[in-house]
Design a protein around this ligand. Structure first.
Ligand code: KIV
Ligand code: ZN
Length: 508
């Protein structure tokens, strides 16, 4: 059996998707989930790109023990220096070096001739190798490069010390058959190709990233670069959960190949990432969407009742979705609560357990039945709460609203021991509340980018989750609020995003 290495780039390429920037604590939390899920390599960021990125790559390198930790670097000395400085403390550091190889990129972006690109590849790979034994070299826009030129670049990179060769489909242009042929061709025609592991890195512009990555595997790639939930530039990258489960579900197609991923961690990792970026999975998202295992039609339900395999090719349990029907209620004690969340796959420390149990009890008084989704939201929401920076918190609010006048909101916020009150009119209760908060905080210039509201479970008394995103000084700050009262959830989300924005501006 040969292993396919899973290289996760959620924290680098994933973070490049609009509105998905994460703070340090959020990145560490995701890295811990990736480690638990047993990914082989975590690309923790692009160290040179900002002091914040450097710090997060460095902190992840210090924290993660079971995975290789990589930083991206252009083929420039200063990038390689920063990448090495950030990852050298890792248990297993890697420098991931890239340069574009397509005619279009070389001429218009790099303004370099093919020979200059070859020379730069040699020089910079050797430069990186002086620091680190584990070097990945990527030929950016490989799928639009001349295959024979690609072979020359790859040969030079390997000769100068690269031990992983990545062929990215940077613009999501290729097809599964073409990706298979390209990797097969480069492996066959490059004389020293046996000295490196080949890798595919696919973007999803035409919706084929997963299929193209699997094509690459059939062509000889032994590393797949992917992101949790398929996050990434534009339409995203290869989705980790889809590519891993496709290989697992079709061993006949990928015989003798396996990944080391603990698939039972997939669902919780996916939820955590969605929670951090303030989104939820599209209902029909394969593997982790709410409808991924739901059978609506009578014919399907009949078939599944007779034999699950009629319409189910993988089970929810395989990816860590808890399907126990025991329902907890207001009379459930702390022990029952604790063992229930353990069964759901969560282990909490004593403080977190107490917080969740208290929030659960409060919710039991508001809702007739508390579903697993509600409990999960309490747990995950708490995790983001811990990540919040110090700052303002909600003391109380009152709203006057009708469908024939402006709404009025009075809000009181706490900051340490101090309290601040303000009242404002607005176009509806949420607008009025946000304006009242602005009057207290007096925030720096920013844009209000996203306001999202979703229900967690079913019923009129469901918990509402609100995501707010604000941008200031090119940084996005998100906040999540959770409550059965959507105005309270909105106010909480707004305050949290504002606290992050204030802390971010103070830092910069
Ligand atoms: O898509 C791409 O080409 C990349 C490289 C930097 C690996 O992300
Ligand atoms: Zn990419």
């Amino acid at each position: 059996m040969e292993q396919i290495r899973i290289f996760d780039t959620t924290l680098r390429d994933g973070e490049q998707s609009p509105g998905c920037s994460m703070n340090l604590k959020e990145k560490i939390e995701i890295a811990r989930h990736l480690e638990k899920m047993k990914v082989d390599i975590i690309e923790a960021g692009f160290a040179i790109s900002s002091p914040g990125d450097f710090e997060s790559v460095n902190t992840i390198a210090k924290t993660i023990k079971e995975c290789t930790v990589a930083s991206l670097a252009r083929a420039l000395e200063k990038d390689i220096d920063a990448a090495w400085e950030a990852v050298k403390i890792a248990a297993d550091p890697r420098i991931h070096l890239f340069i574009a190889t397509s005619p279009l990129h070389m001429e218009y972006k790099l303004k370099m001739t093919p020979d200059q690109v070859l020379e730069k590849t040699a020089k910079m790979t050797a430069y990186a190798k002086k620091y680190c034994s584990n070097i990945e070299f990527s030929a950016e826009d490989a799928t639009r490069s001349d295959p024979d030129f690609l072979c020359k670049v790859v040969e030079i990179a390997i000769n100068n010390g690269a031990n992983t060769i990545n062929l990215p489909d940077t613009v999501g242009y290729t097809t599964p058959g073409e990706m298979k042929n390209l990797i097969e061709y480069v492996i066959k025609k490059t004389p020293n190709s046996d000295k490196a592991i080949f890798s595919g890195h696919c973007h999803n512009d035409l919706g084929m990233a997963v299929a193209n990555s699997l094509g690459g595997v059939l062509g000889g790639a032994r590393q797949i670069e992917c992101t949790v939930n398929g996050l990434g530039e534009r339409a995203g990258n290869t989705s980790l959960e889809e590519v891993v489960m496709a290989m697992r579900t079709r061993p006949d197609m990928y015989s003798e190949l396996y990944t080391g991923i603990d698939a039972t961690q997939i669902y919780r990792t996916s939820k955590t990432v969605y929670n951090i970026i303030g989104q939820s999975a599209p209902l029909n998202k394969p593997i982790v969407g709410k409808n991924a295992f739901a059978h609506e039609s009578g014919i399907h339900q009949h078939g599944v009742l007779a034999n699950k395999k009629t319409y189910e090719i993988l089970t929810p349990e395989a990816v860590g979705i808890h399907t126990n029907s025991i329902v907890l209620g207001k009379h459930s004690g702390k022990h029952a609560f604790e063992s229930h969340i353990k069964e759901m796959g969560y282990t909490l420390d004593e403080n977190e357990l107490l917080r969740c149990f208290e929030e659960f009890k409060v919710l039991c008084d508001k809702k007739k039945t508390v579903a697993d989704e509600d409990i999960e939201a309490i747990i995950l929401h708490g995790a983001t709460n811990q990540n919040e920076t110090e700052g303002y918190s909600l003391d109380w609010f009152t709203i006057y609203t009708s469908n024939f006048t402006s709404s009025t909101s009075s809000v009181s916020l706490k900051f340490g021991d101090e309290k601040f009150e303000n009242v404002s009119l607005g176009d509806g209760p949420i607008d009025a509340s946000f304006k009242a908060i602005d009057g207290i905080i007096n925030p720096p210039e920013h844009t209000f980018d996203v306001y999202n509201i979703n229900s967690i479970s079913e019923g009129k008394d469901t918990l509402g989750v609100v995501n707010v995103k604000l941008t200031s000084d090119n940084h996005t700050y998100s906040g999540v609020g959770l409550s059965t009262d959507i105005i309270e959830a909105s106010i909480t989300a707004y305050i949290k995003a504002m606290n992050k924005l204030l802390a971010g501006r103070k830092k910069s």
